[in-house]
Design a protein around this ligand. Structure first.
Ligand SMILES: Nc1ccn([C@@H]2O[C@H](COP(=O)(O)OP(=O)(O)OP(=O)(O)O)[C@@H](O)[C@H]2O)c(=O)n1
Ligand SMILES: C[C@](O)(CO)[C@H](O)COP(=O)(O)O
Length: 230
């Protein structure tokens, strides 16, 4: 099987509110997207990298790839309005190939590590769908419509989702095919799409890392600078 890392970088970073999409902001002198691509470039289990980006920033990604000498980046695709549209762009680009696994990773999680990718690749080799997550250390409240506590789910079953999230191209293609027929389709990640539309497909968890943060708000840039030094 060919393992393709799909670097999802098609967002505009509204919550960051910077002059550029946050994936182009720098941590330790290097753009966030470059950090993320570099980690997959280095992993021997990754055959190929596909970057999904807003059409206005294709040239910027081409420049980064060229200057960093990333040899595994074979496709730079235009994403869509929602994260799921960007995932779909990658699925469409690979759906005709046989024996492909797609490993979706947020470009704005630049601290994913080789151990996490090892575990994801091992699960894929066993034919499993897989997500990265960490046990919740906080108690989580589920609220009702008037924002009062409705339930306190047992914490043993609560994990915080990170990326990568990985599936055979066949599996994720089937899930999105069904999702696209649903007029109410909405998803914040790819596991949600598989869970809703292919409920019989188990999604295994590999343990993530507290450092595998998503750069979302301005204060996350400072956190990122500190993580680089660790
Ligand atoms: N249409 C979109 C939206 C998001 N993403 C990517 O999905 C990852 C996680 O999304 P998020 O942190 O929400 O990024 P943004 O959508 O850019 O942020 P915001 O919601 O604040 O606008 C990011 O790497 C982002 O670039 C994408 O590829 N295509
Ligand atoms: C995929 C994800 O990073 C898992 O935590 C998250 O769901 C992305 O959500 P966002 O709303 O696009 O930040």
């Amino acid at each position: 099987m060919k393992n393709v890392a799909v670097i999802l970088a098609g967002g505009t970073g509204k919550r960051m509110g910077a002059y550029l999409p946050k994936q182009f902001l720098k941590i330790a002198g290097k753009s966030i997207i470059e950090h993320s691509i570099a980690i997959f470039e280095k992993h021997t289990g990754i055959s190929e990298i596909c970057v999904v980006i807003h059409s206005n920033f294709v040239a910027d990604v081409e420049r980064i790839v060229k200057e960093a000498g990333f040899s595994k980046v074979r496709k730079i695709l235009c994403g869509g309005k929602e994260r799921s549209d960007s995932s779909l762009a990658a699925i469409s680009a690979y759906e005709k190939e046989l024996n492909v696994n797609l490993i979706f990773h947020d470009a704005v999680r630049p601290f994913v590590n080789q151990g996490i990718i090892d575990d994801v690749v091992s699960c894929l080799a066993e034919g499993k769908s897989v997500a990265v997550a960490i046990p919740s250390t906080d108690t989580i409240f589920r609220l009702n419509d008037v924002k009062c506590i409705e339930s306190v789910p047992p914490r043993d079953y609560l994990y915080r989702a990170q990326t990568p999230q990985a599936f055979s191209c066949e599996t994720i293609k089937k899930a999105y095919h069904l999702a696209l027929k649903d007029p109410n389709f909405k998803a914040s990640d790819d596991c949600g799409v598989v869970l809703k539309y292919l409920p019989k497909e188990p999604i295994h968890i590999v343990e993530g890392d507290e450092k595998n943060i998503k750069i979302t708000f301005e204060q996350d840039l400072a956190k990122g600078e500190n993580l680089i030094d660790l």
